[in-house]
Each structure stands twice: as C-alpha cells, then as structure tokens.
Design a protein around this ligand. Structure first.
Ligand code: 3HC
Length: 297
C-alpha cells in the first residue's frame, strides 16, 4: 500500500511541525485537535513557520500556497478514517493514548499504519490497545523539536512489527526529508536514552556547585560545538516534559542516572517549565532573546 494521506493527531508544537513536514513533502495531510480553537492555533503556527521559509527563499510563494492547500484540520476522529498513516502527537499520557488508539482502530481502514511520536512511553503498551492485526502495523516515529528544522526521525519497531511495514516506515521517513535511524522499543529509544542522563547530570553538577548555569551552558555549547547548553536546551524542551520523560525512564530501567534530581522536581512543582512558562533555568519574561539566569541554588 502506498502512503498518500497522512493523519496527524494533535496540533501542538510537535503535531503542527509533523503536519507541516508531511504537507511540505507533498502528502495530503489532515490534523485533528480537540477544539476548533486549538486547530486554528496549530495551523497559525504552521503558517508562521512556512512564512519564515518563504522569506528566506527556502520555498517559493507558490510552494507556500500549495503546502497550505494540502493541509486541513478537524475535531473529529472519524475524519481520519481513510488516512494511510496516523502519526500521533497528543498529550504524553498512556491512558489517553490507549483510549484514542482503541477508538481509531475501529474507525480507520485495516491497512492504516499507526505511529506514535512519544518520546518515552512504551510503543508496545499503546499497541496492545488495538486489534492483533493492527499491532503488526504499529510503530514509533519520534521527531525532534523544531520538527521542520531537525533532520532526524527515530523509527521504532516492537517485537510484533511486520518487517515489510517497518521498511516502508523507514522509506516514509526519508520521503519526509528526514534522516532515519532504526531503534527498538526501549524507553527513550536512542536519543533520549543518551540525552536525558546528560541533562540530569548537568542539574546535579549545578546543585553540587561545579559551575553556575551560564558557565555550565557555555562549557557544553562552546567546548563541544553543541547548538545549546544543557539548561538552555532543558528550557527549550520544557522542564515538565524533561521531568516526565526522566520519571518514565527511571521506572523502566531503575537506574539512578535516569532519576530526576530534587531541583528539577521543585522547579516543575513551582511552575518553572522553561520558555513556555516564561521562566526555567533562565528568565525570559523581560527579554526572551537575552534571558537572565535564575537564582536557584
Ligand atoms: N520554522 C521555520 N524556521 C524556524 C523555526 C521554525 N519552526 N524555528 C526557528 N527557525 C529559524 C529562525 O527563524 C532562524 O532563521 P534566521 O537564521 O533566518 O534568523 C533560524 O531558524 C535559526 O533560529 P534562531 O536564530 O532562533 O536560533 P538558532 O540559530 O539557535 O537555531 C535551533 C534554533 C534550530 C532550535 C537551534 O538552536 C538548535 O538546533 N537547537 C537544538 C535543538 C534540539 O536539540 N532539539 C531537540 C530537542 S530534544 C527533542 O525534541 C526530543 C524530545 O523527545 C524531548
């Protein structure tokens, strides 16, 4: 079966980026959000991002219009019935995901591929909410933020994934213009398995007084040519998200390198989520382009 129509569940930061990427690659794309307002917000973000690419000349004005014309939105799961692949990027909550997959399993045609963009929840645990036929057509497609700019997608297989379907998913990732890597269904896959302990260790180093926020960030950014230091990256990803991923990984592996440090937990409890809430390791409220470090330890 050829993939022609892509359904994206969720039009938040990741879902909108995935929908934009699919439409840019030439796929007819439909996004589903729970309210019309959220659909509008997500599509607005896509238009803004496409505008940036058009301004830079990465795409022409005509291409911008064509990409936009390939994108539609809905609040009804029923409208995803004829999609060839569904990429789910909704809230990272296992029960919500399982309920949604169970409903979609009944709505979608038998050939539809189900793919989750989860960063750490077990693909196998979501997959078991669907019929045994669908379970062979269930994979992970893990994208990176900001999706339109980041080149990678992790393609994740479970112990039941059909071999030919997995190869097709790898091809699909390439058609989206991404570099694909193969990973098995272990919490965090490849990137977060290595990234999360690194970010948590940076927080421990801060708590131990090895260096301050700016110095640790600069050390990792300039010493290794990383685009961002660990605290800027944490604020960018969201500290609530980072905490949540760490908790899931700690529960899976029971290794202390995945355990969220006390400071991270307290920052999340206090609502310091990073850029999205205005404050995290840095305060973005006065000047988001030149944030000032917070006094945390
Ligand atoms: N659409 C289109 N253009 C965009 C954009 C978007 N969504 N976001 C940024 N841009 C453009 C900007 O307009 C800017 O254009 P310009 O050069 O013409 O001004 C250009 O990209 C660069 O942006 P900025 O000047 O704002 O900042 P940077 O040069 O730092 O680049 C970045 C931004 C690409 C985000 C870069 O900082 C980066 O690569 N950071 C690391 C990102 C990263 O590690 N992501 C992975 C997070 S982990 C994850 O997602 C997994 C999850 O499971 C946790």
């Amino acid at each position: 079966m050829e993939i022609k129509k892509v359904g994206v569940l969720g039009c938040g930061l990741m879902g909108s980026g995935i929908a934009q990427t699919a439409a840019t690659a030439g796929f007819e794309t439909i996004v589903r959000e729970v309210s019309g307002e959220l659909c509008e917000k997500g599509l607005g973000g896509i238009e803004k991002s496409l505008g940036k690419f058009a301004e830079k000349g990465t795409i022409t004005a005509d291409q911008q219009k064509e990409i936009r014309a390939r994108l539609t939105s809905t609040t009804s799961l029923d409208d995803l019935a004829d999609c060839d692949i569904i990429i789910e990027a909704i809230i990272e909550n296992l029960e919500t995901k399982r309920e949604t997959y169970a409903q979609l399993d009944k709505i979608c045609k038998p050939e539809t591929i189900f793919a989750s963009n989860t960063s750490s929840i077990s693909i196998t645990e979501m997959m078991t909410a669907t019929s045994s036929e669908r379970q062979q057509r269930f994979i992970g497609l893990h994208f990176f933020n900001p999706v339109p700019l980041m080149k990678l997608v992790e393609v994740v297989r479970t112990v039941l994934t059909d071999e030919a379907l997995y190869e097709q998913a790898i091809e699909f990732g390439k058609q989206l213009g991404k570099v694909t890597v193969r990973a098995t269904d272990r919490s965090g896959f490849i990137v977060n398995r290595l990234l999360v302990p690194y970010m948590l260790d940076a927080i421990r180093a801060l708590e131990e007084g090895v260096g301050n926020i700016v110095d640790i960030d600069n050390a990792m950014k300039l010493g290794l040519n990383y685009p961002m230091g660990p605290f800027t990256l944490g604020d960018f990803v969201g500290l609530d998200t980072t905490y949540y991923i760490a908790e899931i990984m700690f529960n899976e592996y029971r290794e202390k390198r995945f355990a969220p440090p006390p400071l991270l937990k307290r920052m999340v409890l206090a609502g310091l989520y990073g850029r999205k809430s205005g404050r995290g390791f840095y305060d973005y409220t006065k000047d988001a382009r030149n944030p000032t470090p917070m006094n945390l330890v």
